[in-house]
Design a protein around this ligand. Structure first.
Ligand code: HEM
Length: 552
């Protein structure tokens, strides 16, 4: 810690010292509980209660930067983290791809099945990106649209059937939802929506359902899995959930290996009409392989062989799609519903748009080409993501380099091995970029009209989903490949949920509706979790929502 502090002081940044490294695996599992207990017992300082919880960056948003500076150094025993809120510096870092590479140490956790798109850099990453890029097609997005409409219908039925009982399982239900959509997109497997508190239906014996269940177990125990490995989780002393996660690693591999073999055998028989991601990925690899084989040996470049994926790499990439695409989208969906609950006027605002473009109540008739018209719906998605981002930051590193960055015309040289954290949570909420109402949830901020155009729904213009101060799906070379996938999924869900229904919080004793809405909104901003990698709402179940059919 002392030598790290000396390095940070020499570099000239404001400093915040933290005695425990944020990525210390045991602290990631137990840290937030320890801090919460200390806070309850009034042990420790404000600084300890604030900056030692897992996910403090997401919970603090721009506040830490107002206190310590636009760019400050978090000094820890395990290394220095440069925390960046300044938009110019963020874009500068993202542009200088070879000087600021992905911090792979922090992504090691995703190497459950070996390296993949998310855990590689340089030439290796290019190979993964090139081959996997073909999987995110418009055809697949259409499949996502249809499946999301079907799942949202099922989820809404499940929620409304329980009324007047309030909904306490939203955090879990949205994860079931995204797992089902992913199963359709990855493998063409369709499941009816089942709420988290419902007993499992008859298809539990289905092989692919076992896959879905395994994936769920792996995602829930990703940090213990990272610390102890698959076999380690099955040691005699581990809890049942860890043992099951250990088994799940093998089940997932066996299932996907079977699917790959199946797709290859279909291809060998000339059948190539599967639209799911596994099929497109296997086909893309085979195509690359054939193209390379067609090049005479003498003319082959050293890099030719590298542009296809091994079976192990296909499995690892499918796992990372599932990881990157599931909980992220589910967390955002939970926030959207909570934010909508707190804002009845926005429920009406989007219902107006949905009815304008989708006159039929039958969701199975909703064509995919309506999707780009639902701008208000996408504005809601963007606004919830602005205030509550599941990743919170983009993590880069200087490795063995000493790059210089300029902040307010002053140059700073960064020491080697500095982890550079570009904070989306801070960038997205700072009043310098978003005005005095930066912490107000207002999707209308993303909608405008072209000059002199009459203010009708048809003339509304949605702001770009990436801008100088908004990077929810990242930007540049490592932009999220599932951006449209998640946008389509969330917009389809919003349209289905709010077509005929409204949602409001259950009142607590002595509470007015207005107070209940404010309470729910505040609960949405409370990000404090542990044992998980992504930033989640602390107590989604505490919101207690009630869905009703809209009158009139
Ligand atoms: C609302 C939902 C989502 C959000 C907010 C989101 C956001 C992001 C962000 C910010 C990154 C960059 C991470 C970094 O550079 O450190 C990223 C990367 C990635 N995302 Fe998403 N994502 C979402 C949904 C999805 C979906 C649905 C999929 C796939 C089905 C997906 C697949 C990926 C993958 C594979 C990467 C790594 C790309 C690479 O390193 O080249 N994401 N995402």
């Amino acid at each position: 810690l002392v030598s790290n502090q000396a390095k940070a002081e020499q570099a000239g940044f404001p400093i915040l010292v933290r005695w425990v490294t944020p990525t210390n695996p045991l602290w990631m599992i137990f840290g937030s509980t320890i801090v919460r207990k200390c806070r309850a017992l009034n042990i420790g300082t404000e600084n300890f209660w604030t900056y030692y919880v897992f996910g403090w960056e997401a919970n603090q948003r721009h506040l830490a930067h107002q206190k310590y500076g636009e760019v400050f150094m978090l000094v820890t025993p395990g290394g220095n983290w440069l925390c960046v809120n300044d938009a110019e510096v963020i874009y500068d870092v993202l542009r200088r791809r070879t000087e600021f590479t992905r911090n792979l140490v922090q992504f090691d956790v995703l190497n459950v099945y070996g390296t993949n798109l998310s855990t590689t850099e340089g030439v290796d990453w290019q190979k993964h990106r090139k081959v996997t890029a073909v999987t995110f097609t418009e055809k697949n997005n259409e499949l996502v649209w249809k499946q999301s409409l079907a799942q949202a219908k099922g989820m809404l039925e499940y929620w409304t059937e329980r009324a007047p009982q309030p909904l306490r399982t939203i955090g879990e239900d949205t994860k079931v939802f995204t797992l089902n959509v992913l199963a359709a997109a990855l493998f063409d497997k369709m499941y009816p929506f089942e709420g988290a508190s419902e007993p499992k239906a008859s298809h539990v014996k289905d092989d692919s359902y076992t896959y879905r269940d395994s994936l769920n177990r792996i995602l829930k125990n990703i940090i213990p899995l990272f610390i102890f490995g698959g076999p380690g989780l099955q040691a005699w002393w581990t809890p049942k959930s860890w043992k099951q996660a250990g088994e799940a690693v093998t089940i997932f591999r066996t299932y996907v290996t079977g699917l790959i073999a199946e797709e290859r055998s279909l291809m060998a028989r000339g059948i190539q009409d599967n639209r799911n991601l596994v099929a497109t990925l296997v086909r893309a690899c085979e195509k690359e392989e054939q193209e390379i084989n067609a090049i005479p040996l003498a003319k082959r470049q050293g890099s030719d062989r590298k542009m296809t994926l091994t079976e192990q790499e296909i499995i690892s990439n499918l796992f990372v799609f599932a990881f990157a695409g599931n909980d992220t989208t589910a967390i955002v969906m939970t926030h959207i519903v909570v934010d909508m609950t707190a804002h009845p006027e926005i429920q009406e605002w989007i219902a107006e748009e949905i009815h304008h473009y989708l006159p039929s109540a039958n969701t199975s008739e909703w064509a995919f080409d309506t999707y780009p018209k639902l701008k208000r719906c996408l504005a809601v998605v963007m606004e919830s993501l602005r205030l509550n981002h599941p990743l919170g930051q983009l993590a880069k590193t200087t490795e063995n380099r000493s790059p210089t960055i300029t902040i307010a015309s002053k140059a700073y040289t960064l020491p080697p091995d500095t982890s550079v954290h570009l904070s989306l949570s801070a960038l997205h909420t700072h009043s310098r970029y978003w005005g005095a109402d930066s912490m107000t949830w207002n999707p209308k901020r993303f909608i405008s009209y072209s000059a002199n155009a009459p203010k009708t729904i048809e003339n509304e213009v949605l702001a770009a989903d990436t801008s100088e101060h908004y990077l929810a799906w990242a930007w540049g070379q490592r932009v999220c490949p599932g951006k449209k996938f998640s946008q389509v999924e969330l917009v389809a869900t919003l349209a289905t949920l709010f077509y005929k229904h409204t949602v409001q919080p259950e009142l607590r004793e002595g509470e007015t509706l207005e107070q209940a809405r404010k309470r729910v909104y505040q609960a949405g901003l409370d990000i404090e979790h542990e044992g998980k990698i992504l930033h989640e709402m602390r107590e989604p179940e505490s919101t207690c929502l009630v869905w009703k059919e809209r009158k009139g």
